[in-house]
Design a protein around this ligand. Structure first.
Ligand SMILES: Cc1cc2nc3c(=O)[nH]c(=O)nc-3n(C[C@H](O)[C@H](O)[C@H](O)COP(=O)(O)OP(=O)(O)OC[C@H]3O[C@@H](n4cnc5c(N)ncnc54)[C@H](O)[C@@H]3O)c2cc1C
Length: 285
């Protein structure tokens, strides 16, 4: 295998296409050891401007690009590494590789290049893992509701895979929203976990049920609708309140804003280091 530039310090070891615009990527460090991390944290992935973009992406025809040999437009600076943050979806227990759940932004700089990667290709994986969107500030006796849209599920997969599926003393609900059922990454794993772990509730949710290949029998609408419908209360047998539950929000800014409004009306308070509360959020953009 050709030796990559030094900054490309990892190799893609698996790529799983969830749907045309969604990928689960696993990358392993090339000659170094992954540091310890806490579920919910993130690191950076990166590729040089010279890396090809996937066919489904828009070309970078913004005046800055040049046409590459394959006719697709290449980045202006072929050497500069384009870096973006990605939440880790793998467990923090086994640390041979890190897994990421990535959405293609067709006009984006990095994701079209990540989507063009094949198994064995080099990429940059930040050796520093960081972030405050963790379970560290949630007392053990508190229940947890995890709301995600799209790839906002990634940090929760790490939490669930690391410890939440085991701690039977607390209720955990994960509400995952997407447009279509085929965009619900990790659905099979979460369905199985919820079946074998009675304290884990999984609510897959779609907002466009009219285009399903088979009738959708699950929840429809948005995360806010699930909260308002009291579906979690029905499953748990009690109402999640600021006294007994911490709530996590990750994904689309509209969902985060909408949920914040509903939760504050119900007495929950945003969490920060200076002012502890029960609402934890991670904004991707
Ligand atoms: C802490 C943190 C964790 C993140 N974790 C993930 C993750 O697990 N999975 C993941 O897919 N992304 C994640 N992101 C977003 C990621 O860092 C990139 O912003 C995203 O992949 C787009 O990169 P790009 O270079 O292709 O697009 P850019 O060239 O940077 O263009 C980004 C623009 O595209 C738009 N956009 C549309 N959809 C998205 C989207 N889903 N994310 C970001 N921008 C969007 C926004 O307007 C944004 O300004 C995370 C961001 C942060 C800050």
């Amino acid at each position: 295998m050709e030796k990559p530039p030094l900054s490309l310090n990892a190799r893609l070891i698996q790529r799983t296409e969830v749907s045309p615009g969604l990928l689960i990527l696993q990358a392993a460090p090339d000659g170094w050891t992954l540091p310890e991390f806490r579920p919910g944290q993130y690191t950076v992935l990166g590729l040089p401007g010279s890396a090809p973009r996937c066919v489904a992406a828009d070309s970078e025809a913004n005046g800055d690009g040049e046409n590459g040999e394959d006719g697709r437009t290449t980045h202006r600076d072929p050497v500069k590494i384009i870096r973006r943050a990605y939440s880790i979806s793998s467990s923090s227990v086994g640390r041979e590789y890190l897994e990421f759940y990535v959405m293609l932004v067709r006009s984006g700089e990095l994701t079209p290049r990540l989507f063009a990667l094949n198994v064995g290709d080099p990429l940059l994986m930040g050796p520093k893992i960081t972030g405050m969107f963790t379970l560290d500030s949630v007392p053990d006796d508190q229940h947890i509701v995890l709301f995600a849209t799209g790839t906002g599920l990634a940090p929760y997969m790490s939490m669930i895979r690391t410890s939440l599926a085991e701690n039977r003393h607390r209720r955990v609900a994960v509400v995952h929203g997407a447009y279509h059922s085929w965009d619900l990454g990790y659905r099979a794993e979460l369905t199985t976990l919820a079946r074998v772990c009675p304290h884990l509730t999984y609510v897959p949710l779609i907002s466009d049920p009219d285009h399903e290949p088979a009738p959708w029998k699950g929840q429809t609408g948005f995360c806010q609708d699930v909260w308002k419908s009291r579906a979690i209360d029905a499953d748990w047998g009690f109402r999640p309140s600021k006294e007994n539950t911490h709530i996590f929000l990750c994904g689309h800014p509209g969902m985060i804003q909408g949920m914040l409004e509903l939760l504050t009306e119900d007495g929950f308070e945003p969490h920060s280091r200076k002012s502890p509360g029960q609402i934890h959020l991670e904004k991707y953009w």
